[in-house]
Design a binder for this molecule. Structure first.
Ligand SMILES: [Zn+2]
Length: 75
C-alpha cells in the first residue's frame, strides 16, 4: 500500500460519522472524511482509516465491532 493508492474526499456526512473507507475496482482506496468536523478530528479520522487499510480489514471476515476494538487498541 502506498499513498498513491489512496484518494481523499471531504464530504458532508451525518455528524456522528467521522470517516469511512471504500475499496475501488483498481485496488485503490477512497477515504471519505466528514467536512463538518474539526481539522484535528479529520486528521485523527484519516489515520484511523489508514490503519484499517494497512491491516487489510477489507479482506478478512472479522466482525466489524472486533475490528474497531483492535484498531483502537493499537493507538
Ligand atoms: Zn474504524
Amino acid at each position: 500500500m502506498t499513498l498513491d493508492d489512496i484518494n481523499l474526499q471531504l464530504v458532508k456526512m451525518p455528524c456522528n460519522i467521522e470517516a469511512a473507507v471504500t475499496t475501488n475496482n483498481d485496488g485503490s482506496y477512497t477515504v471519505f472524511v466528514n467536512k463538518n468536523i474539526s481539522v484535528e478530528q479529520q486528521k485523527e479520522a484519516i489515520l484511523h482509516e489508514l490503519r484499517h487499510i494497512e491491516r487489510g480489514d477489507f479482506l478478512c471476515n472479522e466482525g466489524a465491532d472486533e475490528i474497531e476494538y483492535q484498531v483502537r487498541k493499537e493507538k
